[in-house]
Write a protein that binds this ligand. Structure first.
Ligand code: AMP
Ligand code: ZN
Length: 472
């Protein structure tokens, strides 16, 4: 089965064909955080879905160039800086830092570029795009000095969100607070300076002001990736008006199809409602860490449900994540032991294929992670049974470990090598020396001491191994 994704634009599953099929290079643009507060785990559901997408495409041999923007100027960041009484740059920096810290903890692969909207290079591009739109009759400066996109003049407006201009009027999906516009759906490209913006302003042909949120993404995406890109992602709340506007602006300027595949993830919910800053029902990564969970456990909890299905966040879900990862850890430990064994069984009853397994095939099918994980846990059950019956030979165990390395490149679930606490490391070292001196009585005493502390010392052909004692 070919690789296929659900395209929001067509509302269909489509076979994925890269723009440049020969080089297998693809571009992905993802809408990043608005840095006016710490991102919540709902935001991270979107970023983890994008990470899964990138890693699976890479596992399939594509070379991905991914850009994630940072929205560091908009109404919310300006208001936040004003309320905190600090300059905008200082205000947003703390949330940029926090974002990178959290993303690393969740093992999200860094993007190739993180353009920030306030970078003069992109402000210049925004201004040149707005000028081009005005000269084509697709934008106008209103009496309030702001510049708006004229949606009536862009026939495809509404195609992504799948509704027409008349519906716009009646759905209340656009605000009625800007009276100078020709159509209530016209959106701001350039916002004329107002008192509340303080010193946040740039010069432009239309007077001092600042860009609208939507033009920021069009400018950064086309500057770094060119006029056309393969995949553009975000959460479903980005579809309208943000991505609809990105299409209108970018295609309005270039006359070329902006994006081939639009992919959007469903929301993370809390008690049936969208997790969001405005509802105040959100958890940040530090909130979840404070309950004793780790980054990889949060990653598991956020990745395990197919991206187009809403996911309800619960603490039971976090417990399940911990248990599932524990099963994987135990399985790997057992496989490693069997793979190192010299006189194990010479045959195996496990004939299931590892190449092109159901894991990879499921992800090809619009990133069906539930089916992919289903296959992983079925494999764990089956190989554990064979190991119980002493029917898995060391070669097959080594092959499953190899397979794990490949799928873990996508999942990023493997436990980090536990660092030994200082006291434990000292006892382990002393035990090693005792064994070298052939003082086995002392070495056994030290093993008991380690045991009492919850650690197990094993002597393998590669030397002494210290691991957490089961149940400790
Ligand atoms: P923002 O910082 O609000 O611009 O959002 C950053 C990204 O997170 C966007 O792609 C949003 O669509 C996404 N997002 C926001 N809230 C949620 C949620 N509860 N679940 C999933 N994604 C979300
Ligand atoms: Zn965006």
């Amino acid at each position: 089965m070919p690789l296929r994704f659900f395209n929001t634009y067509s509302r269909k599953l489509e076979d994925f064909v890269a723009r440049d099929a020969a080089s297998r290079k693809i571009d992905i643009y993802t809408c990043g955080p608005t840095v006016y507060s710490r991102a919540h785990i709902g935001n991270f559901r979107a970023y983890i879905f994008e990470d899964l997408l990138q890693r699976h495409l890479e596992a399939r041999g594509f070379k991905v160039h991914r850009v994630m923007n940072i929205t560091d100027v908009d109404d919310k960041t300006i208001r936040g800086a004003r309320e905190a009484g600090v300059p905008l740059v200082k205000f947003t920096q703390q949330f940029k830092d926090a974002f990178f810290e959290d993303a690393e903890l969740l093992r999200i692969k860094p993007a190739d570029d993180y353009p920030a909207a306030t970078d003069q290079r992109y402000i210049d591009k925004m201004i040149s795009m707005i000028s081009a739109l005005i000269s084509k009759g697709l934008a106008y400066q209103a009496d309030d000095k702001s510049v708006y996109f004229r949606i009536n003049k862009f026939p495809d407006y509404g195609k992504l969100a799948h509704f027409n201009l008349d519906e716009l009027q009646s759905t209340g999906r656009v605000k009625h607070d800007e009276y100078d516009k020709e159509h209530i759906g016209d959106f701001a490209l350039w916002k004329a300076q107002n008192e509340e913006d303080g010193d946040v302003k740039w010069d432009s042909p239309w007077g001092p002001g600042r860009p609208g949120w939507h033009i920021e993404c069009s400018a950064m995406a086309t500057t770094l990736l060119g006029d056309q890109i393969d995949i553009h992602c975000g959460g479903v709340d980005n579809i309208f008006p943000h991505h609809e506007a990105e299409i209108a602006q970018s295609e309005g300027v270039t006359g070329k199809k902006f994006v081939r595949y639009w992919m959007h993830c469903a929301h993370l919910l809390v008690d049936g409602q969208k997790m969001s800053k405005s509802l105040g029902n959100f958890y940040t990564i530090p909130d979840v860490l404070a309950k004793g969970y780790t980054g990889r456990e949060i990653r598991y909890a956020l990745i395990r449900v197919n991206y187009r299905t809403q996911l309800n966040f619960t603490w039971d879900g976090m417990k399940e994540a911990r248990e599932s990862l524990g099963r994987i850890d135990d399985w790997l430990e057992r496989l490693r032991e069997v793979a190192q064994r010299e006189n194990g069984p010479s045959r195996t009853d496990d004939k299931r294929p590892m190449e092109e397994s159901e894991f990879e095939k499921s992800l090809d099918d619009d990133l069906n992670i539930s089916a992919a994980l289903g296959f992983l846990f079925e494999t764990i059950r089956e190989t554990n049974r064979l190991m119980d019956e002493n029917k898995l030979d060391e070669n097959v165990a080594a092959k499953w470990l190899n397979w794990w390395d490949q799928i873990n490149a996508v999942l990023q679930f493997q436990a980090e090598e536990a660092e030994l606490p200082e006291g434990v490391a000292k006892l382990a070292e002393a035990r090693l020396q005792a064994r070298l001196a052939k003082d086995f009585r002392k070495s056994d005493e030290l093993r008991d001491k380690l045991n009492a502390l919850g650690w197990e010392a094993r002597d393998t052909k590669d030397g002494q191994k210290i691991t957490r004692r089961a149940g400790a």
